[in-house]
Design a protein around this ligand. Structure first.
Ligand code: PLP
Length: 399
């Protein structure tokens, strides 16, 4: 038996579109990227969606929008200490400084009680991460953001389908940034997308993903045609408007082949989401039997978790540690991943920020004792039971 962490669904329609794209030779960002954006926005109830090359770019571009609203390089963005390292990388790539707040071990998300003490004059935004698809405590975060006039940009990389108090996390806050990497709920292989209700933010992101270009014509922004454009030199100056750059940009466009995979995923989204959510909620329920030795997250009545993966957290127990559990599961063919690390104190690249071990005890705890396994759409109920049996056998052996 082999239970892979993730899967990717490539539908017959995606294959047809890919053939068409290859035949017509229109591969770079164009009409299918636009179709994907429109359908993604509709699906989550956002006014706009801007597709980019990766989830990391989605985070970085959403943050870089803030330069148009008065932010300066080296201003600060508050993020949770525990996340996939991409959240921290994206803040730096956008030219800001990540300032970390510890997490709550029960939710795996930023602890709102730790945010206010991190706010300085340079703070511009809070970027909560809905880790493992579990919505962050948005009411508390909005309360702080309003008090200090901060933007809220969600890292929803793992939170497709997550709902917080009746609202899709896509529209909780100023923008939400998704990863569309393989193994994520909607995938374009590599890819990311930012949702927002603010058309101005979306326009800036369309410029940012294309080097900071000034031209806002549909044909240029959406790469509709490579034909004649009478506006290029029609600006009264000796400049080609396609080569005027009004902000520091990125090169972060999605291509048509990726959009074709994404469109196929949107066609079967309800089915993907249902299968994954059934798997996750089944496993969450059964995991109660492993408490107090091994625990996971809880679904609250006011939320729906985006079924990205199943977190597994070892409660401190001298009789076994994470490598022992991970090896036991891997030997039985179950793919495991660690549950990330404390970015500031367990990821060497962030040492220059000067944090020290012990600064983020909860994030570090999960960094030492957390794992996650897949709940994907190709995972059957007997395979879920196989995972549960492996953990049961493990506990019977070591507790
Ligand atoms: C929380 C979080 N943020 C950002 C990213 C970055 O996404 P990508 O790998 O598409 O760049 C990921 C990736 O899985 C993630 O889990």
């Amino acid at each position: 038996m082999r239970i892979p962490f993730g899967t990717i669904s490539v539908t017959a329609r995606s294959k047809e579109l890919i053939n068409e794209i290859l035949t017509t030779n229109r591969l770079s960002s164009g009409k299918y990227v636009r179709e994907f954006e429109k359908r993604f926005a509709e699906l989550v109830g956002a006014r706009e969606a801007v597709a980019v090359s990766t989830g990391t770019d989605a985070d970085a571009l959403a943050l870089a929008v803030l330069y148009d609203y008065g932010a300066k390089r080296n201003d600060e963005i508050i993020i949770p200490a525990l996340s996939f390292v991409a959240t921290g990388n994206a803040v730096l790539q956008a030219g800001f400084i990540p300032v970390f707040a510890d997490i709550d071990v029960n939710t795996l998300n930023i602890d709102p009680a730790k945010i206010e003490e991190r706010i300085t004059e340079k703070t511009k935004a809070i970027m909560p991460v809905h880790l493992m698809g579990k919505p962050a405590d948005m009411d508390a975060i909005f309360g702080i953001a309003h008090k200090y006039n901060l933007y809220v940009i969600g890292d929803a990389a793992e939170a497709h389908g997550a709902v917080y108090k009746g609202k899709n996390v896509a529209v909780c806050g100023d923008m939400a940034a998704y990863s569309l990497y393989v193994a994520h709920i909607i995938s374009t292989v590599e890819g990311g997308i930012v949702t927002t209700d603010d058309a101005g933010f979306a326009e800036i992101m369309r410029s940012l993903r294309s080097h900071g270009r000034a031209c806002k014509c549909e044909s240029c922004v959406l790469n509709r045609t490579s034909g004649y454009c009478n506006k290029r030199f029609g600006n009264g100056e000796n400049h080609d408007i396609r080569f005027i750059f009004e902000r520091i940009g990125f090169s972060a466009k999605m291509n048509e082949l990726e959009a074709a995979i994404g469109i196929g995923n949107l066609d079967i989204y309800d089915d993907i989401l249902k299968k994954r959510r059934d798997n996750l909620y089944y496993l969450l329920d059964k995991f109660q039997a492993f408490d107090p030795h091994i625990v996971t997250i809880r679904k609250e009545s006011y939320e729906d978790i985006g079924p990205h993966a199943l977190p597994i957290i070892i409660r401190e127990n001298p009789r076994f540690d994470r490598p022992k559990l991970a090896n036991f599961m891997e030997e039985r063919g179950i793919d495991t991943r660690t549950l990330f690390s404390s970015i500031p104190t367990q990821c060497a690249g962030f040492d220059f920020l000067g944090y020290k071990k012990g600064d983020f005890p909860n994030a570090e705890y999960i960094g030492n004792y957390g794992l996650h396994v897949g709940v994907h759409q190709d995972l059957s109920r007997p395979e879920c039971d196989y995972i549960l049996n492996a953990i049961r056998d493990f506990l019977n052996t070591y507790v």
